[in-house]
Write a protein that binds this ligand. Structure first.
Ligand code: BGC
Length: 460
């Protein structure tokens, strides 16, 4: 006889499990939505042209500045590309406060400019200044690649307007103006010798970095972020991007597309949906969109488990009294799930201390067993959804027909830190691709945002 808690846990596990048919349906629907987005502007999964039209060979050289805005921190870096797939990076990091993330465009962009000023004061020596090409009458010395990891409709390599904010950012007056101009204006106010030369999504940066560091073996087709948010950029035939019109002789053969797959299947026709998913969505500033991201990425996994535990507690099945922490939205982050997932002790003592320190609650062994089962299914669902959408991408690109092995660059805290995440993605790939799964290599493209921005600034 199972206890009421065990029964309720099994029910959640069932609701969160994905059948092979669902995974196949997701892969197939991805192709439909991708093709629609390449054909028509304004689609919910927007397939945004990045205006990056070549992939690095590994031989690129130079020194560039990069600003990386898009998750929990702002990073300013200088990147030395040394050729031969090698680079050196010096970075400084500052946390982004809620006030910056939900204030005004001026507040955010002036903060970024100040961090660039501080970085230049601290790290930039004369050698760097000499290596930078002088941009003539503008008087700008440093070329900066701006990694801005949000959905941006680009009109060129260093211009674009924000479609909408994601990942908890909400700054209404930044939607409309050109985001490169917003940054340039604030850099100019501080009289900094910096020119915003390229605007780049973190996934584009990840793709370029992976291609650069794998010394241009030619088969890197995509860059994926599985971190605070999730997204992918890939190499598409320019001719397939019909919403840009027919290619002219001046166009290159390829265009890297920022898919913004966080917004895959916003209407839930193939994604399964539980009441908890709806509750998470209702708490976000971007309700009803980026639905796929809200099932998969790091920002949301902690909130999913908090709401599940709160629900069980309200039904009297777990924790006799909910704590203040359990009642507070966004208290738990993905490190909570990582700690719970990895506990292999007989008495689940890591879970005991993790729940006690994060939620201020004591637990029984039976409660800890339930919490671990819930966490495991949330993590597995995330990884299997990622695997299914990757299979959709492989179908869209026909990459397995073109190359003996297909290479994908990945970065992000979930991919890097969640225990067993990479092997769960591989399990998902095996379910859908069988033997061919072994022809897909997935490798970490660390520092993708910084190095990729530098590579973009170089070609800009
Ligand atoms: C953004 C993407 C970004 C991804 C990963 C998403 O929320 O919309 O532009 O690439 O997060 O950072």
């Amino acid at each position: 006889m199972s206890t009421p808690l065990q029964a309720a846990t099994s029910q959640v596990v069932e609701e969160f499990s994905l059948s092979t048919e669902t995974l196949r349906a997701i892969a197939a629907e991805f192709v439909v939505e991708a093709q629609r987005g390449l054909r028509l502007p304004g689609q919910s999964m927007p397939m945004l042209p990045s205006y990056v039209t070549s992939v690095p060979t590994g031989e690129e050289k130079g020194v560039f500045l990069a600003v990386d805005l898009g998750g929990t921190n702002l990073r300013v870096c200088s990147v030395h590309l040394d050729g031969n797939g090698k680079f050196k990076i010096v970075a400084s990091k500052s946390p982004l406060t809620k006030k910056l993330m939900t204030g005004t465009a001026e507040g955010l962009f002036s903060f970024i400019a100040e961090q660039v000023r501080d970085f230049l004061a601290k790290h930039i020596d004369e050698r760097f200044a000499e290596e930078q090409p002088h941009a003539g009458s503008t008087g700008h010395y440093f070329k900066l690649g701006f990694t801005f990891s949000f959905p941006v409709v680009q009109t060129g390599i260093n211009s674009g307007t924000l479609l909408r904010w994601t990942k908890g950012f909400d700054i209404p007056d930044a939607i409309g103006p050109d985001v490169c101009e917003l940054l340039q204006e604030q850099l100019d106010k501080l009289k900094l010798p910096v020119h915003v030369a390229a605007l780049v999504n973190d996934t584009v940066g990840t793709l370029l970095t992976r291609a650069y560091t794998s010394a241009g073996n030619g088969s890197t087709i995509a860059g994926i972020i599985l971190g605070t948010g999730t997204n992918c950029a890939y190499v598409e035939d320019r001719a397939a991007v019909t919403k840009l019109g027919d290619p002219t002789p001046a166009d290159r053969d390829i265009m890297i597309i920022n898919i913004e797959w966080g917004s895959f299947n916003n209407n839930n026709t193939v994604l399964t949906r539980t009441p908890i998913d709806d509750a998470v969505d209702a708490e976000t500033p971007n309700k009803g969109v980026h639905i796929f991201e809200k099932r998969v990425s790091g920002m949301f996994l902690g909130e999913i488990i908090r709401l599940l535990l709160l629900d069980l507690s309200a039904k009297g099945l777990i924790f006799c009294q909910p704590s203040h922490e359990l009642l507070t939205p966004w208290t738990l982050d993905t490190s909570f799930l990582s700690a719970v997932e990895s506990d292999t002790s007989v008495d689940l003592s890591t879970i005991e201390s993790t729940v006690s320190s994060s939620l201020g609650l004591p637990t029984t062994l039976a409660e800890r067993e339930s919490i671990q089962q819930l966490v495991k299914i949330i993590g597995k669902r995330s990884a299997y959804l990622a695997a299914a959408i990757i299979v959709g991408l492989l179908t869209q690109t026909k990459a397995l027909d073109k190359y003996p092995t297909v290479d994908i660059g990945m970065d992000g805290s979930v991919f890097q830190l969640y225990p067993g995440y990479a092997s769960m993605i591989r399990d998902g790939l095996r379910i859908l691709l069988g033997k061919d799964a072994s022809r897909v290599t997935i490798g970490l493209a660390e520092d993708g945002s910084g190095v990729g921005a530098a590579l973009c600034a170089l070609v800009a």
